[in-house]
Each structure stands twice: as structure tokens, then as C-alpha cells.
Design a protein around this ligand. Structure first.
Ligand SMILES: [Zn+2]
Ligand SMILES: [Zn+2]
Length: 186
């Protein structure tokens, strides 16, 4: 510490030194109690030793070394925080990949289900059409049915070809019909 000296006699080593509350350094020989020998103000003295508190000791340390030490500490803090950030980033990245994969699976499954339902719907529509046509056919009078006239003419006997649905309800008209058919047949 080439800057270090007694502010009164300029002695640099070989004595005990103290620093005053007004900021002056004095060697043991120059000190006067309760008054600074440099500026004359009433003051207190702090002995300059290794037992000083850190906040006092730093005033006698090399600023470059202090700077390096602080920089190392700051680097440690930054490293610690960066590591924490990397862990969080890795976790959320992994989670994101998993969720994307799951989403893809669910989407594909949905597409498969939709395709299946569309097929099923088409089948049902087609079956529905067939049933409607059958119903329409059944509602037509016998004479208008597809293929029926030829069949009936060939048979010549309507009684035998009558579908159950038409023949079963027993009404006076049908009885007459039957009677007519019978009589016609006989
Ligand atoms: Zn001195
Ligand atoms: Zn002073």
C-alpha cells in the first residue's frame, strides 16, 4: 500500500496506526486523544488491525482485488440464477413436447372416429333410403306395385298373393273382397 502513511509525520511502516472519525491516519507517536492532530476536530480513533470489521477493512484493500472478488461473487450469483432458469426451461420444453405429442394422438384419434362416424352415417342414410322405398312400395295399392300385375295375372288368384298386412284386418269390405274372390274363383 504505497499510499499509506501517517498524515502528520508521513511514516509508512514500523508503528501502530489508527484512523480518526474525520478520516485522517495517524501513527502511534502522533496521536493525541480525542482530537485530530491534522484538522483539530474532536474525534475518535479506530486502530488499523486485521480485527477491523469488513466494512472498515475494505478501505485498506486493493480496489482491483475488491473488484475482482466482487465480480467473482456476482458471476456466482448469475451462474446460480442461469442454472435455475435452465432447469425450468428444460422442464417446460419437455412438458411442451409431451403435450404436443398427446395433442397429435388425440387429434388423430378424433379424425379416425369422425371418419368411422361418417361411414356409419352414410350406411344408415342408405339403409334409411331403402326402408323409405320399401315403405312407399308397401303403401301403394296392390295394382300399382312393381311387378305385381304380371304376377297376379299369371296366377289369376288374388287371394293367394295378398300380403298379410293388407289381408289381416278383418273388415266388412275385405270380407266382401274375399267372398268376391272366392266366388270368382269358384
Ligand atoms: Zn506520525
Ligand atoms: Zn482530522
Amino acid at each position: 500500500m504505497e499510499w499509506f502513511h501517517c498524515n502528520k509525520c508521513f511514516l509508512r511502516t514500523g508503528s501502530k496506526f489508527a484512523v480518526s472519525s474525520c478520516g485522517h491516519i495517524c501513527c502511534e507517536a502522533c496521536i493525541k486523544p480525542e482530537q485530530c492532530v491534522i484538522c483539530g476536530t474532536s474525534c475518535s480513533y479506530l486502530p488499523i488491525t486485521d480485527k477491523m470489521k469488513i466494512q472498515e477493512r475494505v478501505f485498506f484493500m486493493d480496489p482491483m482485488k475488491l473488484f475482482q472478488s466482487r465480480l467473482e461473487h456476482i458471476t456466482q450469483i448469475a451462474d446460480f440464477q442461469r442454472t435455475q432458469m435452465q432447469r425450468a426451461t428444460a422442464y417446460f420444453k419437455h412438458k411442451s413436447v409431451e403435450l404436443e405429442k398427446r395433442l397429435k394422438e388425440v387429434t388423430q384419434q378424433s379424425y379416425r372416429q369422425i371418419a368411422e362416424l361418417k361411414r356409419e352415417n352414410a350406411d344408415l342414410k342408405s339403409r334409411n333410403m331403402e326402408l323409405k322405398q320399401e315403405m312407399a312400395e308397401l303403401k301403394k295399392p296392390l295394382s300399382q306395385r312393381r311387378g305385381s300385375p304380371g304376377q297376379f295375372q299369371t296366377n289369376g288368384v288374388q287371394r293367394i298373393s295378398l300380403p298379410v298386412a293388407v289381408a289381416s284386418p278383418v273388415t266388412p269390405h275385405l270380407r266382401t273382397m274375399r267372398y268376391v274372390c272366392h266366388s270368382h274363383f269358384v
